[in-house]
Design a protein around this ligand. Sequence first.
Ligand SMILES: [Mg+2]
Length: 223
Amino acid sequence: MMSARILSFDLDDTLWPVAPVIAAAEESLFSWLKERHPRAAHGHSSESMRQLRARTAELFPEQGHDLTFLRRHALAQQFQAAGLAASLADEAPEVFFAARNRVELYADVRPALTRLHSRYRLFALSNGNADLERCGIGDLFDGHITARAAGAAKPDARIFAQLLIAAGVRAHEALHIGDDPLADVVGAMRAGITAVWLNRDSREWPQQFAPPERTVSTLAEIL
Ligand SMILES: [Mg+2]
């Protein structure tokens, strides 16, 4: 921590609980579909669209890190199956994103990040596709590395390498904080970056991984 020059943060389930956000975004997408393109919605639900997306992910394992691609491709197929133009799916990402970025930050996030930002450069490092500006936290970050832009998702070392390049620091000068034992903690440690496991709800550390160097239960503890 003493030698850290930059801090990187996971987003989903680190800065806000993600399950309600995704559920609301999927519902909002389905409502849009029912209203605007009822033929494509016919016989579908948010759940069946999720299954369609999971099958798309199996068909395109090399695109697994690109959730926007998977969502768009699955929807294009849904339009085609209903005898409609696949290009109608082009509007859908915007519908989804509008809801996807309506996040509710955990209470500790803004106070802790505001203080940390006065001492460190802060980066977001995310496998998801949240937009920092639209989430209302763009002012707290100096950069955002996404799996989509890096071409690889955490725990892949390539996304951590992109972080170091973007920040212009070496591995020992970075500290990564996140909730996911494999993606955030094991991934960062494999890339030579000190990792802090954010364990908000007293989960057990998975036995199969070497234990994290540091564990906190709120971001306030990082201060
Ligand atoms: Mg997370």
